[in-house]
Ligand binder design. Structure first.
Ligand code: AMP
Length: 355
């Protein structure tokens, strides 16, 4: 592939904070960014050259968008498969591969894929009725977690099941086809941010150690307190996924680290990831620049980490602490420009580096 020259236009599906940070990184490399979003006044559109506000299934708008950009990428994995196909049909180059998006959108397909690729995942069963839930619970055993197959994120659409009693009526409460997963009593959670260039080169960032609160990422620290073997397992899994999908761009896999040092894959995100936000100040190439480099056909940049890292998310009202954070010389403050504060909403993050 011929590298996209500066001055070219990168299209991004989605207008959230990941799109915003991708757009800033793209601007730094001399690209223009066009955002396609169904949300007026989105965080990403306010830092981008152009925005098209339309429904993700509006084929005429997608065809128009495809004509105006050199490559299209996504900032959220729930882009409908039809959207990616419509863009491809209109002649757009879409990266990463929409097949990876489709697999990551459905927790059952995702875990089935992990199993087929030899990547350990929790025990799981698809459940499409209360009867199937009861049968799955009998096989997997409690504790377990019932999740929607699709459209779940940040702990939404999840019900913890500690007993057969908890399972009663749980399918109706979930309200959509689901997956029952065995609960993993992990030591800690880690994620790997990996990238693959158009030339097939692969790069990994150091492993992130992640703490969640209420299913939402709260804090990421590096170095992760895990062995070199755990890191090698994570890299091996990421490399397999990147190569299997002929993937171009940044990809994230989240894992549970078990007491015996084995890794169990929880989910993959075919995009830049919250646990990689530290790379803006903490690595030679940020995950956002890396993704833009990859999809533009540029060589990948070095992923070397500069310091020990603590990244803390500002969730909901946390962002109100910005005056104190701004006065802290150790805090690198990022605010996403969201107009409304809501409980559980990611409003920004703070990164601290220790040399
Ligand atoms: P998810 O939305 O699937 O990434 O889940 C959000 C968080 O819930 C994870 O990061 C874990 O902290 C927890 N969780 C999800 N699935 C499991 C599981 N099978 N076993 C233990 N904890 C889980």
């Amino acid at each position: 592939m011929i590298a996209l020259a500066p001055g070219g236009t990168i299209g991004i599906l989605g207008g959230g904070q990941l799109g915003r940070m991708l757009s800033i990184a793209a601007a730094q490399l001399g690209f223009d960014v066009a955002i396609f979003t169904d949300e007026p006044d989105s965080p990403a559109s306010r830092v981008s050259a152009r925005t098209m506000v339309a429904n993700y299934l509006d084929h005429a708008a997608l065809a128009d968008f495809a004509r105006r950009v050199d490559v299209v990428t996504t900032e959220f994995e729930n882009v409908p498969a039809e959207t990616a196909q419509a863009l491809i049909d209109a002649g757009a180059r879409v990266a990463p591969n929409p097949h990876a998006l489709a697999v990551a959108q459905d927790r059952f397909d995702e875990k089935s894929y992990f199993a087929s690729a030899g990547i350990a995942a929790p025990p799981f069963r698809a459940v499409a009725s209360q009867g199937e839930l009861d049968a799955a619970l009998a096989e997997i055993g409690a504790p377990a977690i019932l999740k929607t197959r699709r459209l779940g994120y940040d702990g939404r659409g999840q019900i913890r099941i500690d007993s057969a009693d908890d399972a009663r009526g749980a399918y109706a409460k979930l309200g959509a086809p689901g997956i029952l997963e065995g609960f993993c009593a992990f030591e800690c959670e880690v994620s790997i941010i990996a990238a693959r260039g158009a030339d097939g080169a692969v790069a990994f960032y150091d492993l992130n150690e992640n703490e969640h609160k209420g299913g939402i990422l709260s804090r990421t620290t590096l170095p992760a307190r895990v062995s070199a073997d755990v890191e090698a397992q994570a890299q091996d899994a990421a490399r397999r996924v990147l190569e299997a999908f002929d993937y171009v761009g940044v990809l994230t896999i989240e894992f549970f680290v078990m007491a015996d040092g084995s890794l169990i894959a929880n989910e993959m995100a075919p995009r830049v990831h919250n646990s990689g936000h530290w790379t803006v100040e903490g690595a030679l190439t940020s995950q956002f620049e890396q993704h833009i480099r990859a999809i533009a056909g540029w060589p990948l940049g070095p992923t070397t980490r500069a310091a020990s890292i603590e990244m803390v998310n500002l969730i909901g009202a946390d962002a109100g602490a910005w005056p104190a954070l701004a006065a802290d010389p150790d805090a690198r403050v990022h605010l996403y420009g969201k107009r409304n504060t809501r409980a559980g909403r990611k409003m920004g993050h703070v990164t601290k580096l220790k040399y």
